[in-house]
Design a binder for this molecule. Sequence first.
Ligand SMILES: C[S@@+](CC[C@H](N)C(=O)[O-])C[C@H]1O[C@@H](n2cnc3c(N)ncnc32)[C@H](O)[C@@H]1O
Length: 230
Amino acid sequence: MSSSDMLDRIEGSSYSASVQGSNADVEQRLAAAATRFGFELEPRSVDRLRQLLELWSRFGRAFNLSGATDETGLLEHVLEGLQVVGLAHRIGWRAGQIWLDVGSGAGFPGLVVAACLEVQVTLVEPRERRASFLDLALNQVGRRDCRVIRGHIEGKSWRPIRTGETLVAGGFDWSSARAVFAPDAWVEVGRQWVRKGGIVVAHVRAETEQFEGEVARVDGERWSIRGVRG
Ligand SMILES: C[S@@+](CC[C@H](N)C(=O)[O-])C[C@H]1O[C@@H](n2cnc3c(N)ncnc32)[C@H](O)[C@@H]1O
């Protein structure tokens, strides 16, 4: 069964018809946010983000994604994800780099990164329904080169839920985790997962002091995204 068929079955309506409508206002807000965070959104990324917004708002409850399912709330999460993308532009990302997003949940920031950057994202999420949603969402936006694995990260150790899903610390170009660990703890953990010179992405309140090794930041109204060299 295709992911679109599966979504139709869950909701009992035509998913594909519902994502075809345009929403100029949302697109403008996404484009304006990207400009504010220092980059331009490609049309393909805008399409993917619109598809993701549709998925989050329609299937958030069915997949027990928790958090916002209304457009305003969802956009806030997406805009924070765009801050992460802005940070990657500021520091310099390259196609094909590998990115680890720990505790992706509904896909923040992992799915936003996959929608906007041609990096290979590994999304780690222990919870079954959330992981299934992430799989479906990656398929919908055509990012089959990214992957979802179920398990827990503890320090530099990986505890898988499904046998055979391996994850090795120390080789990623980027690592992110939003609302999974306290920021200081995450920087310490994230540094063990990136290669030397890789970047740990931390989400902190705007007033937070600089981290040791911090190389760039992208500030929003409430949240500041920091890049710390591993
Ligand atoms: C509060 S949610 C945040 C989800 C998402 N990052 C966001 O900002 O919306 C935390 C997520 O991390 C996952 N999680 C918790 N501990 C984890 C661990 N040690 N390793 C990987 N994932 C973990 C949970 O299952 C949950 O989905």
